[in-house]
Design a protein around this ligand. Structure first.
Ligand SMILES: [Zn+2]
Length: 390
């Protein structure tokens, strides 16, 4: 099972001055409770959550669940401090706090077509558990409010995604009331509990090897099919722009250099779009369900292997290609997984031996007799590697 948690933010619709004052009072009371818990714990470290809840009950009018949210937050801050006592000063909460509401403590409902939020309020010292106030929505928040209220999502909405069909449960989470730049907001979390995608047993996989000489090679080790992108266009662009850029630099025309950067970027974006599309098509044609890429750790590590003139364009074009493959694969219902990049170019796809001398320029030759174009071998190796998490 997979959990996805997201936050939906709703601005309150024109709260009156009286309402805003009341929220501020609640906010101060919430902050006071937070600091009160810290003080209690400092004086009597042995007290547990239940004891503290009991103490707070006597001295605050806030609803019990809100008091408990304050206690939870303050205790976690206290424990954090406990562990780093020597270096950290004792925590203290600011006056302007976000008021937390337990998931049982807030509701949404429609009232004459207008969405309203029900939260506990204190007016003239009297606690009301569900006081409804109007809130503002937009297309996106409306979609999630509807989903939460009905348990069904609007399949015609542009915010709908096919993966929602895997949702088993939609859970309403904690609510937060806060003021930001003189406006009041209510934010709440929604957790989607989803079924994992079913993976067919022994499904085919396509590995993608990204490199400098060859921009990308996609290969399926199981079927022996592959697809090569030489990136000759890009090499040409790169050289041309590099030369131009140097000329401009001597002329100290910085604006022109900037424009050049944008143009270069657009061209690479375009080619990455074409390449990623073709790779996903190729995966579909071979009947693969998974596309595997090397998990590239830091671009800094890779940079060492590149010539100075290639660095800029590559540092981002690699990740851009990755993002585009991911996006297009998901649209077609394919999964993108990552493998350890350790010596993928030196390992033999047939026998698994790793030897530096196996690779001679663009040819891969193993002592077991296996011979292949080097990047094609690497793509096969990637396609057969076990996936790593993340
Ligand atoms: Zn071999």
């Amino acid at each position: 099972m997979k959990k996805i948690t997201m936050t939906v933010k709703l601005p309150l619709f024109r709260p009156t001055h009286a309402k805003q004052e009341m929220y501020r009072t609640m906010r101060s009371e919430f902050a006071r409770l937070l600091n009160r818990v810290l003080d209690i714990k400092r004086q009597q470290p042995a007290l547990n959550a239940k004891d503290i809840d009991h103490l707070l009950k006597k001295e605050s009018i806030l609803p019990s669940t809100t008091r408990q949210e304050a206690r939870k937050l303050a205790l976690s801050r206290y424990e954090e401090w406990e562990m780093n006592k020597t270096t950290k000063s004792f925590p203290r909460f600011k006056e302007k706090q976000t008021i937390l509401f337990n998931n049982q403590n807030w509701r949404l409902r429609y009232d004459n077509g207008r969405l309203k939020l029900g939260i506990p309020t204190i007016e003239k010292g009297i606690l009301t558990l569900e006081k409804y106030v109007p809130v503002q929505t937009n297309d996106y928040t409306e979609f999630w409010v509807q989903t939460l209220l009905t348990g069904e999502w609007d399949r015609t909405s542009k915010h709908y995604h096919p993966s929602f069909e895997r949702i088993i449960e939609i859970k309403k989470g904690q609510g937060q009331l806060y003021e930001k730049k003189k406006r009041w907001y209510f934010a709440f979390s929604v957790t989607l509990i989803m079924r994992e995608t079913e993976k067919p047993v022994q499904g085919k996989t396509v590995g993608v090897d990204r490199g400098l000489k060859m921009i990308a090679v996609a290969g399926c080790g199981q079927t022996g099919e592959y697809l090569i992108f030489h990136g000759r266009h890009l090499g040409h662009i790169r050289r041309n722009y590099h030369r131009l850029r140097r000329q401009l630099q001597t002329a100290k025309n910085r604006k022109a250099i900037k424009r050049l950067g944008c143009k270069e970027r657009r061209i690479v974006h375009y080619w990455n779009h074409v390449i990623s599309k073709r790779i996903v098509q190729f995966a579909e044609q071979t009947g693969a369900t998974v596309i595997k890429l090397e998990r590239l750790k830091g671009i800094r590590q890779m940079k060492r292997h590149w010539k100075r003139s290639d660095r800029n364009i590559h540092s981002w074009s690699f990740f851009d290609l990755e993002k585009k493959i991911q996006y297009k694969a998901e649209q077609k219902g394919l999964t993108v997984e990552y493998v350890d990049p350790y010596k993928t170019s030196q390992q033999c796809f047939r026998c698994g031996n790793v030897k530096r001398t196996n690779r001679r320029g663009s040819l891969f030759q193993c002592s077991c007799g296996y011979t292949k174009q080097a990047d094609v071998n690497a793509s096969f190796v990637i396609s057969a590697r076990p996936s790593i998490a993340g």
